[in-house]
Ligand binder design. Structure first.
Ligand SMILES: [Zn+2]
Length: 185
């Protein structure tokens, strides 16, 4: 999730996200909210209801109930909100929020659907198209970079060794051995 959206949630619901500043040995919240921006509203509404419940209902009858998020992320195309504490109502709110994520585009928040590929995600049609395009492009770019780097590496490897062999310089002894074993071109 974009940092500015995440910070907005952290600011609005400091109690729920109290663990955000704890070290990684103690909480997964140190990684932040690791899902797309499209689920911001779901989290916002859910946290507002949790906070309201904590402030107005839970403290009256049942003593102090707290809710602390321990990890918020995407998994198998759905929102996961792991937390300590809570009561039945909180469990219901979290369950509903997680359920809503399965029909909400994780990127833009429009109505979304799940795909049936090995990498499961919940997206609207246009975000899915964009993501497939972006991924295809980055694979092509990576392949292109690999070819270029490989060519550069071969050139760098070949030249000093050619010179070293001509001059029989002793500091290139190891390289010369390698060159003899694997060849220069
Ligand atoms: Zn979308």
């Amino acid at each position: 999730m974009k940092k500015e959206l995440q910070d907005k949630l952290f600011e609005k619901y400091p109690k729920v996200f109290r663990q955000r500043d704890l070290p990684m040995q103690q909480t997964c919240m140190c990684w932040g909210i690791t899902c797309g921006d499209g689920w911001y509203n779901i989290l916002d509404v859910m946290c507002a209801e949790i906070q309201h419940h904590l402030e107005h209902n839970a403290s009256k009858d049942e003593g102090t109930i707290s809710v602390e998020a321990t990890q918020v992320k995407e998994k198998y195309g759905g929102l996961r909100f792991y937390y300590n504490g809570g009561d039945d109502l909180i469990r219901g709110l979290v369950c509903m929020a997680e359920g809503l994520s399965y029909c909400t585009c994780e990127e833009c928040g429009s109505p979304g659907t799940q795909n049936d590929e090995s990498w499961i995600s919940t997206l609207c049609d246009s975000c899915r198209e964009n993501i497939v395009e972006t991924r295809k492009r980055s694979v092509e770019e990576a392949a292109q970079r690999f070819v270029e780097d490989h060519e550069t590496a071969l050139q760098m490897l070949a030249h000093p060794i050619d010179e070293a062999i001509m001059g029989q310089e002793p500091e290139y002894e190891e390289e010369i051995e390698l060159y003899k074993t694997f060849g220069g071109d």
